[in-house]
Ligand binder design. Structure first.
Ligand SMILES: [Zn+2]
Length: 160
């Protein structure tokens, strides 16, 4: 538990929330400032900063819970759409640095602010996309082999 973390305090029972589901690894509760009525958070009990810090099996379990309660949210709210959203990192809008998924019902006629593709996004050339795909593919191997520069190695005391 991280005392500075509001989600850890909620999971420890120190803050009151409206719980939809809980099990040994996950708690799902109503967002206190919902984007739309029915907006629910799926939160790991263990403190992990974001999706990329969480173990694979825990992340998979959170998604399984999201799928199960998501069906209930749609049924309860009558929303034909349910968006699953996860911000990872403050720059991306993550407000609480404890891994969580947002389940956001979207009703007919409502608009969800994040629409893809953005209407003003440029369409890169195929060669530009190929270059980026190759760069990411190489980086995946570098990260998996522990060769990536950055905060993780620096935090472990490795000279970068
Ligand atoms: Zn936490």
């Amino acid at each position: 538990m991280n005392e500075q973390c509001v989600f850890c305090r909620i999971i420890a029972g120190e803050e009151t929330v409206s719980i939809v589901h809980e099990d040994d690894r996950v708690v799902a509760f109503m967002d206190i400032q919902p984007y739309s009525p029915g907006h629910t958070l799926v939160v790991s009990r263990q403190h992990h900063g974001d999706l990329f810090d969480a173990p694979d099996d825990l992340a998979a379990h959170c998604l399984a819970v999201a799928r199960r309660i998501g069906a209930g949210i749609k049924h309860a709210t009558g929303a034909p759409a349910l968006n699953v959203f996860s911000a990872n990192g403050a720059a991306g809008g993550q407000d609480v640095p404890h891994f969580h998924l947002h389940l956001i019902p979207v009703r007919e006629g409502e608009r969800f602010d994040l629409q893809l593709p953005k209407s003003d996004s440029p369409v890169p050339s195929r060669s530009g996309l190929d270059v980026m795909a190759a760069r990411i593919g190489r980086a995946v191997h570098e990260v998996e082999n522990g060769n990536e520069p950055g905060p993780a190695k620096a935090a472990a005391g490795t000279v970068v």
